[in-house]
Design a protein around this ligand. Structure first.
Ligand code: SAM
Length: 378
């Protein structure tokens, strides 16, 4: 499904303020203004008019338009409104004609949940297709869908019933409160990896400019999150997979940190230059013989290169850790994710690499999941 992006202006009759916004689904926004925001916002400001909108074929165009609206004067905005939309007060009706109207009797969340045997997945599909939020859906018995949305929903349900994971169908997975684009070329970000984020954030507190290296960056979820959470940081994401790096770059762009991130194709450290204050990695760590026994959801849809950690699952750590002191600054932090039961081996590899303050971190299920350590200050 290709998405259009819209930039729009709303007028507040009471004080004449012009509000602007950017959205990927104008129908949803106008419904929100009418139904939700409308009830409080309209009462206060008497906002009921969508006075101007521009349909943009891509996000970049929409951002450019939004920037203009932010920078330019009120008179410029009024000229724009009058020039393009002389009958601006009638626009709401025009817009509903323009945006696809609901073309059927709508769908019931309960029925989709039954088909999928999962209320959560039904909600995720509906939210993705309509851009409605959880709070929008409260009390909504029937959800109106356009013909295109209906077809997309049927397609999604068909794919899910064949076993494709929801994240790969909708192309999105949430990590540390942000949405990442995912495809079959990258591992789905997992909640257990969020421990690396917490540790790196607390390490960076009170420090100046920080350089971060994320080895095996995949979707870029770790690096992009860290750059968002640590504003004084810059970083490099390395991966052997060119396809994964493209996704990582897109995510960094969408989450506004592309100017502080660099993505490099590299076999672990091979093409990485320079040194870093934090090195993080969630490498492939599953033993080769176990990979075949994984859930179909993981085995068939996450890339094998993101899963297979070699005969004992430790191959990446055995490559990375002996070289780490060439790239980690004194007093620098290293943290890696690993498979259950692998922490003693990784602790040993880290001791051999000269780490101090080595700590094992457990996931919510109580399994050992990450190890961190510091390189001594010189
Ligand atoms: C388990 S995934 C982790 C992805 C992401 N960092 C995350 O936490 O969701 C491992 C990543 O390591 C990459 N990888 C595998 N072998 C590699 C190698 N030799 N050098 C660099 N990256 C490699 C894979 O392409 C994959 O993106």
């Amino acid at each position: 499904m290709t998405k259009d992006f819209y930039v729009y202006m709303l007028s507040a009759k009471k004080n004449g303020t012009i509000y602007k916004g950017m959205t990927s689904d104008l129908l949803k926004r106008t419904c929100q203004h009418k139904n939700n925001i409308g009830s409080q916002f309209t009462k206060k400001y008497n906002v009921k008019n969508l006075v101007w909108y521009k349909q943009c074929g891509n996000w970049e165009d929409a951002v450019q338009w939004e920037k203009r609206l932010r920078r330019y004067s009120r008179q410029w905005k009024i000229n724009l409104i009058e020039e393009e939309n002389p009958q601006w007060n009638d626009l709401y009706a025009d817009l509903l004609d323009y945006t696809d109207k609901p073309c059927n009797d709508g769908v019931k969340l309960r029925e989709i949940s039954q088909k999928l045997n999962s209320p959560l997945e039904a909600r995720m599909f509906i939210k993705h297709i309509t851009n409605l939020t959880d709070s929008d859906l409260i009390g909504m018995d029937t959800i109106p869908l356009t013909q295109e949305q209906r077809e997309t929903l049927d397609d999604f349900i068909g794919q899910r019933l064949k076993g494709r994971p929801v994240s790969k169908i909708i192309g999105e997975k949430e990590f540390y409160g942000r949405v990442f684009h995912v495809t079959n070329d990258v591992l789905d970000p997992r909640p257990e990896t969020e421990q690396i984020i917490d540790e790196a954030i607390s390490f960076s507190k009170g420090k100046g400019a920080i350089r971060i290296l994320d080895l095996g960056t995949g979707s870029g979820c770790i690096l992009t999150t860290l750059l968002n959470e640590i504003p004084n940081a810059t970083g490099v994401g390395g991966d052997i997979s060119d396809a994964a790096l493209k996704i990582a770059q897109q995510n960094a762009q969408a989450l506004n940190v592309a100017d502080r991130a660099e993505f490099i194709q590299s076999n672990w450290f091979e093409s990485i230059e320079g040194s870093f204050d934090i090195i993080v990695t969630n490498p492939p760590y599953i033993e080769t013989r176990t990979v075949e026994k994984l859930d179909k959801d993981v085995r068939d849809y996450d890339p094998m290169i993101a899963l297979d950690g070699g005969k004992d699952g430790l191959t990446p750590y055995k490559v990375i850790l002996p070289q780490i002191r060439n790239h980690l600054n004194p007093a620098g932090l290293f943290m890696c994710e690993h498979g259950t039961g692998q922490s003693p081996d990784i602790e040993r590899l880290m001791e051999n690499a000269g780490f101090e303050m080595i700590r094992v971190h457990h996931d919510l299920a109580g399994h050992d999941r990450c190890v961190s350590g510091l390189i001594p200050q010189k």
